[in-house]
Design a protein around this ligand. Structure first.
Ligand code: FMN
Length: 356
């Protein structure tokens, strides 16, 4: 499927679907399933040095909620408009075990023209630098560094990070860039009004690509128990986040130009959602929770749908990048729709028929 081939900076992918990190990418079996399903890249579940982050995995909970905010069964039959709410943690494996597993998986990925991506989450920067060095020395081809998990304000102190200042993002990326020369993808938080500024800081300090943007924190009261859903604030995501992801992609492309490769994440469920992220300016797009919820078949189905769409439009994946974003106009450029707003006002009652 030559139509699907694409590039993310220095990295060439057989297609723009990235199997993104979550619990189904902890064990080798899950990552191998993503590779076999045809993903262009597979991101292994993240690690760092924090024991608290590992502990958090053992306390993790996940719920799929219907549009009425009530739990639905965790299965492929869940409705399309499901919201996934969770408190997650990091891989339970020791770093050395995680690294050995990633190296073995990388060989399997390479055999199928899939790029295996190692993923670290920032806790202590010196420790992250050490782990990044080992990732490169082990021969892994790409490092994703997540500095924007939703959980920093809720988790044990120092377990994970939600970086919100461009200065800090720049300093962190510069340290990792000084350490490794392999492609470096920086995953940013979406809990900021400054995502394009954060992306700019990452690129200016040596990032090859920026993944935008991480899930948001939410709070869902349960009307039956009167308790918070799953007891506390949760990371939330679902189809409804796609417009926000596309907005960050389009704004970042406008700000940074078309030569800064972006990766879309958060809210993609299928091939047409990947198409939407490409049109908004992503060079590739990740899918995590749809696969964790519905299984690895989502990957093949999404690729087939994306390929059909590209064929119908006479485009390659690369051609699609940024097409809609570059046609985005300012509000003032929009045509006049004089008095359009009046259709939302109830008709005035006939004289003498007013009701009290
Ligand atoms: C249960 C769960 C665990 C996750 N674990 C990780 C992780 O270890 N590292 C990471 O960078 N992102 C992690 N994520 C975030 C996903 O990779 C992704 O950014 C997010 O879920 C939004 O994409 P989606 O709408 O396709 O799910 C996790 C998400 C979920 C739901």
């Amino acid at each position: 499927m030559v139509r699907l081939r694409c590039t993310v900076g220095r990295v060439e992918l057989k297609n723009p679907l990235i199997a993104a990190a979550a619990e189904h990418m902890i064990d080798a079996a899950g990552v191998e399933a993503a590779i076999r399903a045809g993903a262009g890249a597979a991101v292994v579940k993240s690690t760092n040095e924090s024991e608290a982050a590992k502990d958090q995995l053992q306390r993790a909970e996940y719920v799929a909620l219907g549009a009425d905010w009530r739990p639905v069964p965790w299965s492929g039959d869940a409705p399309d408009d499901v919201t996934i709410a969770s408190r997650s943690g990091l891989t339970p494996q020791f770093f050395e075990t995680w690294l050995d597993q990633a190296v073995a998986l990388e060989r399997k990925a390479r055999a199928r023209d899939c790029v295996l991506v190692a993923s670290l989450i920032l806790a202590d920067l010196d420790q992250a630098v050490g782990m990044a060095r080992q990732v490169e020395q082990a021969g892994l081809p790409v490092l994703e560094f997540n500095i924007g998990t939703p959980y920093a304000s809720q988790a044990a102190k120092g377990a994970v990070s939600t970086e919100l200042s461009p200065e800090r993002v720049g300093a962190i990326v510069a340290r990792i860039r000084q350490t490794v020369s392999i492609p470096l993808w920086i995953k940013l938080t979406g809990q900021s009004e400054r995502v394009p500024d954060l992306a700019d800081a990452a690129f200016s300090n040596g990032a090859d690509s920026v993944v935008m943007a991480g899930r948001l924190l939410g709070f869902i009261p349960d009307v039956e128990t009167l308790e918070p859903m799953l007891g506390t604030s949760l990371a939330v995501g679902g189809f409804w986040n796609l417009p926000l992801t596309c907005q960050w992609l389009a704004l970042s492309r406008a700000r940074l130009g078309p030569d800064r490769p972006l990766i879309g994440i958060n809210g993609a469920r299928n091939g047409l959602d990947i198409a939407r992220m490409l049109l908004a300016g992503a060079s590739a797009a990740g899918i995590a929770s749809a696969v964790m919820l519905r299984g690895f078949g989502v990957i093949g189905d999404s690729l087939a749908e994306l390929d059909r769409w590209l064929e119908g439009k006479g485009l390659t994946a690369g051609d699609a990048v940024g097409l809609a974003a570059d046609r985005r106009k300012s509000f003032a450029q929009m045509p006049l729709r004089t008095d359009h707003w009046r259709q939302f006002i109830p008709a005035a009652p006939e004289p003498g028929r007013e009701t009290r």
